[in-house]
Design a protein around this ligand. Structure first.
Ligand code: AKB
Length: 318
């Protein structure tokens, strides 16, 4: 039985990760933390919760000493588009928070997870079937943070024996918590707008392929990687993960199977388009499959059906 502390618990991934971990390991064995309070009636508030600014190492240490976890999942970070607007703050939060979390994991012998991203690649990375080990020269601050973070995880494993595990997440799509400040967020927004308004203006241009994955597959991947036999894990920096490579017109066609009147047009945002253009079209996930059995269940059509149904239920349409 694991005892897990999770930072960034109110974020897009954190919210669903806390719920799944509490189901698997017991409500009282999962401590959610975030920089702000959860809504009193939210799922996160139904179990242990502490306010934590991850740049405050002393407070992080106090919480670990009192909760006594054996596993630390560090999810608190700024996403790519927000990081690009305030790169100095992004460095302080993304790198300062990660270093504190790794230090705490070292001092208290905790198993450790933190996500990397397809943002760790850049324009000189091979764009198609991007290998697990390849050129990583990102041009965004988020990408710089993610490469440095991957190297830090590898360093803490090699130097101090911390059991670090990580994945390079693609864009994650969920109907539970809408993301904030990412480049891939269009692939979430499009479903909400399709149901609520029948129309979406995409800030990402037609024919821009990026890797994506349904959130349930992402959460299952974290659990599976954390439960995997460490001896089999060759890559301690981060594993390539993806379930589909898509561009906006493909999502439109999938939505039109359910909402034939759905309209898509484009108002491209140069900052986010520039980041998207620097990322791969599709990455090679064979190492994750071979080393710990990663096997996503959702393709574009299956995910689209669930997204539209769930959003429609929430909005009481149809
Ligand atoms: C973002 O768009 O910033 C994230 C990511 C791919 O890391 N969703």
């Amino acid at each position: 039985m694991k005892k897990i502390m999770i930072t960034g618990a109110l974020g897009q991934i954190g919210t669903e990760l806390v719920i799944k971990c509490r189901t698997l390991y017991g409500n009282d064995n999962v401590l959610a933390t975030d920089i702000r309070e959860p809504d009193v009636d939210s799922a996160i508030a139904q179990g242990p919760f502490e306010i934590l600014d991850v740049t405050d190492k002393n407070h992080m240490t106090q919480i670990v000493e009192s909760f006594k976890p054996d596993t630390f999942m560090h999810m608190a970070a700024l996403l790519s588009a927000t990081a690009e607007k305030n790169p100095q703050f992004a460095w302080d939060l993304n790198m300062g928070g990660l270093l504190n979390a790794l230090e705490v994991a070292r001092e208290y012998h905790l198993q450790f997870f933190t996500p990397s991203s397809i943002g760790a690649f850049g324009p000189s990375t091979p764009k198609v079937n991007t290998p697990q080990v390849t050129i990583q020269r990102p041009t965004s601050m988020y990408g710089v943070n993610k490469v440095a973070g991957e190297l830090l995880c590898q360093y803490y494993f090699d130097k101090f024996g911390v059991d670090t595990r990580s994945v390079r997440f693609p864009g994650l799509i969920s109907h539970i918590k809408e993301p904030g400040g990412g480049t891939t967020d269009y692939a979430v927004d499009i479903y909400f707008k399709a149901v609520r308004e029948g129309h979406y203006s995409s800030y990402i241009a037609k024919d821009t392929f990026m890797d994506m994955m349904y959130m349930e597959d992402a959460i299952d991947a974290i659990i599976q990687l954390m439960e995997a036999d460490g001896v089999k894990l060759i890559n301690r920096n981060a594993y390539n993960l993806s379930a589909m490579s898509i561009e906006p017109e493909m999502v439109k066609e999938a939505i039109r199977e359910h909402y034939p009147e759905f309209q898509l047009d484009y108002e491209v945002d140069p900052i986010r388009q520039n980041i998207a253009d620097s990322w791969p079209n599709n990455i090679d996930i064979s190492c994750a499959r071979a080393e710990w059995g990663f096997n996503p269940k959702y393709d574009l059509n299956k995910m689209t059906e669930v997204m539209l149904n769930e959003i429609a239920k929430k909005n009481k349409v149809r």
